[in-house]
Design a protein around this ligand. Structure first.
Ligand code: ADP
Ligand code: GLC
Length: 483
């Protein structure tokens, strides 16, 4: 099949969260399977040009994207992903993409991702790449299905392409004032927009993706049900219910090439299910690096996260002082985001300088170090479409404590001391009692070394590889392309 991916993030070129991990793995897996794959991503100014040299795509001139009165001129460059044989198509337009971060709050945010969407489609058209399926991701590329069904409906190259929208997070919808309709390139098809929304003065990108995509997926089965109800529907549950037969939950996979303690080049001591000894050495190394004392037998809890309301870490900060005093564990938190959350963890470190380290920022090295060195991973998300860090934690023998929601519910099974089965500690209620139960239950098992070892091994031998999950996408692509 010919598969076209358009997205705002892709590891290792540009990463904010898990969308980048998915984009760094799924297209590659399809390429390995022999499909003809193209990926389009903005050429963000922050992409490391020394690591990923760009070459202008041969045979393709400048592309003019007309967005109302605005003419956006882009060029397409290719960046090789070393060792993969896949080249990523980067949409160059410094005026739009040379910003300090992938996403901005700038007034032209909609133009940045509309330009990406049109440039990708135009570049395919001009180079005669006839996609069977166009796979777009989250709000930034959610207008693509509507663009295909209006502007390109009769196009010989793109007219027959089927569109698939993956919702990685329903809360980020890309909502702009209705006045930007004139800049969507679809002003001639104003009647095709959601009219009530326009009357209310809004244009919601994700909503139009849900309306127009031929297929819709979310990143775990449980989340695909949750978003069709009012609690997690973020105002779009009615619309999702109306397209219920099209909404499919496919769990994300893990790139075990990058996230495996047996071959992780980033961590100092490699280990695996057959020999766990390296894990304790990584812990000692990690604590040293963080400036915390290492004391054998004291459990280390880890967090790697964007610090936003979704992740529920305010709950951890709330119960931590009492539990740190009473249970004596150590805690490392890596993340950045909302200042109120950063402040909570900075205060916690200040109050417990020998037990807590808060590392504010983004560090892939430290993320790997925490997966390898911590004993327990804490993920108390209020909602979680899939979640990747609990999957990495399972592989690294870092037992997850999670709120039982979305992808966390689908991937972490409760430890049962009677049968010796289960992989972690999902707690039911998102409140202080819930997370306290999770932490106490985990630490009680931690003191029972044979049981803990069994629990670690249960997690380490789970298989959440992309090779399994990609087969589900492949089936979907092939079903869609035969419509
Ligand atoms: P989300 O996409 O909602 O942030 P996921 O669990 O799906 O959550 O994916 C998060 C990804 O981002 C993981 O690969 C995680 O390791 C990474 N990550 C998050 N915060 C940081 C950070 N501060 N430093 C390094 N990596 C981070
Ligand atoms: C989103 C979700 C996360 C998911 C990731 C990749 O950022 O918050 O749960 O794992 O996308 O699909």
């Amino acid at each position: 099949m010919r598969l076209l991916y358009i997205a705002s993030e892709m590891a290792p070129l540009a990463k904010v969260g898990g969308l980048a991990d998915v984009m760094g793995a799924l297209p590659l897996e399809m390429h390995r399977r022999g499909h003809d794959v193209r990926v389009y991503l903005p050429a963000y100014g922050r992409i490391d040009a020394a690591r990923f040299p760009l070459v202008r795509e041969p045979g393709l001139g400048e592309i003019d994207v007309l967005l109302g009165a605005q003419r956006v001129r882009v060029t397409i460059a290719l960046a090789a992903l070393p060792g993969t044989g896949l080249r990523v198509h980067l949409v160059q337009c410094p005026g739009l993409y040379d910003r300090p971060s992938v996403y901005s709050n700038d007034a032209d945010e909609h133009l940045r991702f509309l330009a990406l969407s049109y440039a990708a489609l135009e570049a395919c058209r001009q180079s005669d790449f006839v996609p069977d399926v166009v796979h777009c991701h989250d709000w930034p590329t959610a207008l693509v299905p509507m663009i295909l069904k209006t502007a390109y409906a009769r196009d010989p190259v793109l007219g027959r392409a089927s569109s698939l929208l993956t919702i990685h997070n329903l809360r980020y919808q890309g909502i702009f004032p209705a006045s930007i309709v004139a800049q969507t390139g679809l002003a001639g098809a104003v009647d095709r927009f959601h009219q009530d929304q326009l009357r209310e003065g809004r244009l919601n990108f994700l909503l139009h993706g849900i309306l127009y995509a031929d297929g819709i997926t979310t990143v775990s089965p449980t989340y695909s049900f949750e978003i069709q109800g009012p609690d997690h529907g973020a105002g779009l549950d009615g619309l999702l219910r109306s397209r219920s037969s099209t909404v499919v939950g496919i769990l994300n996979g893990v790139d075990y090439g990058e996230w495996s303690p047996e071959r992780d080049p980033i961590i100092p001591f490699r280990y695996g299910p057959d020999d766990l000894s390296g894990k304790e050495l990584n812990k000692e190394w990690l604590l040293g690096k963080l400036g915390l004392p290492y004391v054998a037998g004291v459990p280390l809890l880890g967090v790697v996260s964007r610090l936003v309301g979704q992740k529920g870490l305010d709950l951890l900060a709330e119960v931590a002082p009492g539990l740190l005093s009473r249970l004596g564990f150590q805690l490392v938190v890596l993340g950045s985001g909302e200042s109120r959350l950063e402040e909570l963890f900075a205060q916690l470190q200040h109050a417990f300088p020998r037990q807590v380290c808060f590392y504010r920022g983004f560090s892939n090295e430290l993320a790997h170090g925490i997966e390898a060195g911590a004993d327990v991973f804490v993920m108390p998300s209020r909602y979680e479409p899939c979640g990747l860090n609990q999957l990495y934690s399972l592989r690294y023998g870092t037992v997850p404590i999670v709120h039982r929601t979305g992808g966390l519910a689908d991937t972490v099974r409760l430890w049962d001391p009677r049968t010796g089965e289960g992989t972690g500690f999902p707690f039911e209620q998102h409140d202080a009692a819930g997370i306290t139960w999770g932490i106490e239950a985990a630490l009680a098992v931690y003191r029972n070394r044979p049981a803990w070892r069994r629990l670690m091994l249960n997690g380490m031998t789970q298989d959440f590889s992309w090779s399994k999950q990609a087969t589900l996408y492949e089936l979907l692509y092939s079903r869609q392309s035969q419509r």
